[in-house]
Structure formats: C-alpha cells, structure tokens
Design a protein around this ligand. Structure first.
Ligand SMILES: Nc1nc2c(c(=O)[nH]1)N[C@H]1C(S)=C(S)[C@@H](COP(=O)(O)O)O[C@H]1N2
Ligand SMILES: [Mo]
Length: 322
C-alpha cells in the first residue's frame, strides 16, 4: 500500500527492493549471524511451518473456492507481508508480530442487527465447519500469491446477528494497540485500520472469514486470530486481526480511502483496466516466481473471480466506482 503524502517509511514502487536482492541480502545477513531463525529458513516442502497448532479444513465446495494454481510457499506467504500495525517494510510483520496477543480475543458485532453481541474466538472457531479454500490474493502494489486458507464464509457469522433492512454496509475494525503493535505509534495511517463492504459483497459465499492457512492457525503476521480474505478485491480490503463488525446504513470510510481518496476507492475490485493514478494494474508478479527469467502475469478482471462475483456489480461504472 502506498500513499501520496510522503510518509517516513513509505517506499515508492521504484524503491522497493527486488525480491531476489532482498532474499540474497537476508541470506548474506544470516551467514553473518545477523538474522535469527527466520521463516525463510523453514522447509519449502512442508505444507505449513509445523510450529503452530494444526487447523485442518475440509476441501470447500463453494464455486470458485479452489484455484488450481501452484501454491505460494509457506515461507514466502509468512515473510513478505503488509500489516502496517507492525511496520511498513514487507519484512516487518514477520519480525515484530510476535508481540500480538491473540488470546483472549473477542469480536463485537454492533449496529443495524437484531442480535448484536460479543463472540469469543473459541466460539467463532466452532461456529461453522472449517473449510480449506485456495485463493489468489492480489495486492494493489502489483504482486500476488496463491494461499490455502482455513475458514468459513463470512455470511455464516453475519447471518447469526440478523442484520436489519437498514444494514446496507458492513464496517470492519481491526486491533490498534500501541503496546502490542509498534507501527500504531507511527502516523502512516489513521488507526484503527477500518475496512468496509456492501452487505451483498459481505454475504457472498467467497468472502471468507479466515482463522488459518496451510492447515495451521494463522501466523500473527497474516492477521491472527481472524481476518477477512476477499479474493476479488485488492489485498488491503482483507482486514487482519478483526475486533469489531458493525452493520451500517451508509458507506463506511476505510482507512486507505481516508489516506488517499483518489487512489483507493471503496470498492477496490481488482481491475486490470483501471490504473492506479501512479501505476498500471494490468500485470502482476507472483511472489516466488520473481527469478531472473520470471515473466509478469496479466492481472485478471475481479482477480479471476468474475464468473462468481461479476453479478454484484452489474450496471455499475467500474471506472467511477473504483
Ligand atoms: N489490519 C490490517 N490489515 C491488513 C493490512 C494492514 O496493514 N493492516 N494490509 C492489507 C494488505 S495491503 C494486504 S496486501 C493484505 C496482505 O495479507 P498477507 O500478509 O496475509 O498476504 O493484508 C491486508 N490487511
Ligand atoms: Mo496490499
């Protein structure tokens, strides 16, 4: 995520270290004993890291939920992250997120619904059968990954709260605790991190409430203990470490829209035909494929999920509602 106003640690796309260089640098540092056991050192063959509790999920039957593409390595998916509460560098979350306390954890459900309340994380884990879904996630910065997630449709939780007819949108608020999250001391975003969806988007079966990845509970840097995964939208819509869900009548103001309205719109559906004001969105690099001869991939409309979600936006001008 990049904002226009120069923020202290914000890299421009041109300044982002090519991944190969970054990895070589880390390897060199590791050789000097300067980098402690890092996720990069974990076995690429293992499905998960093998250090976190298992969280198996049954293969999902939701249409579009199983992308048949090579899965990104666990090492890459857990070491190259955006989680600004832990710093703006891609390596920061893996290094700093160990201070996040994921128990006890509750999610409050508020606003336009008949049954507001607080859900404990242990209850949320049992609310619906755990599924495994393999989704593409495309960051607005131009990279993507393919990750096996564990979770269930967000709709399973939302419908328990019985939203009223005034619930046109859903607002998600994530944890912002200076004591646990060093990045929250910086002014890079207006904390807490807030995201929003239209109610029909939130109720779409592909909208995933995720508790795990690669058959294990979520690593902190990936948004433990629970996060959204919205595979047809730019990655920043997939809010991590959620503490509050609110049903509202008006379109919520998300943190990134607040930071740069003309760059990050409310919808933020992946769209190769609508450029970001400062760069094209037509192609992407798949993390793990960025070797010397790696080709960029064309970005797909709705990130490849058009058959499933296109109907939600029928008749909308997607240049206007970016
Ligand atoms: N709370 C919070 N959620 C967040 C972010 C963040 O900075 N804070 N970054 C977003 C962005 S820009 C992306 S691309 C995805 C990255 O998820 P991953 O690290 O699991 O790949 O998380 C999203 N969710
Ligand atoms: Mo992102």
């Amino acid at each position: 995520m990049l904002i226009r106003t120069p923020a202290p640690h914000e890299p421009l796309p041109s300044e982002i270290t090519p991944r190969r260089v970054y990895l070589n640098r880390r390897t060199a540092l590791a050789g000097l004993g300067l980098v402690a056991a890092s996720p990069l050192a974990l076995s690429q063959a293992a499905p998960g890291g093998g250090k976190l509790p298992k969280l198996p999920g049954a293969r999902s039957a939701v249409p579009g939920a199983m992308v048949m593409e090579k899965v990104t390595s666990y090492a890459d998916a857990t070491s190259y992250n955006n989680f600004y509460e832990f710093g703006t560098d891609k390596a920061d979350p893996a290094q700093h997120a160990h201070t996040l306390k994921t128990r006890p954890w509750t999610v409050s459900i508020e606003g336009e619904c008949a049954k507001p309340g607080r859900f404990d994380i242990e209850a949320l884990l049992k609310l619906a059968p755990m599924e495994e879904r393999v989704y593409r996630l495309r960051c607005v910065e131009g990279w993507s990954m393919v990750i096996p997630w564990e979770g269930y449709s967000l709709a399973e939780l939302l419908k328990k709260a019985e939203p009223t007819s005034k619930a046109k949108y859903v607002e998600f608020t994530t944890l912002a605790d200076k004591a646990q999250m060093p990045g929250v001391r910086s002014g890079v975003l207006d904390w807490p991190y807030v995201e929003g969806l239209r109610i029909d988007e939130a109720m779409h079966p592909l909208a995933l409430l995720s508790f795990g990845m690669y058959g294990e509970v979520l690593p902190n840097q990936n948004g433990a203990p629970l996060r959204l995964v919205l595979p047809w939208k730019y990655g920043f819509k997939s809010a991590k470490s959620i503490v509050k869900i609110r049903f509202v009548e008006k379109e919520p103001m998300s943190s990134w829209t607040k930071a740069a309205q003309q760059e990050y719109g409310f919808y933020s559906n992946v769209n190769p035909n609508v450029s970001h004001p400062r760069w094209s969105q037509a192609t992407e690099r798949r993390i793990g494929e960025d070797g010397l001869f790696a080709k960029k991939r064309p970005t797909l409309m709705f990130n490849g999920y058009e058959a499933q979600v296109g109907q939600l936006y029928a008749g909308m001008d997607l240049k206007k509602f970016y």
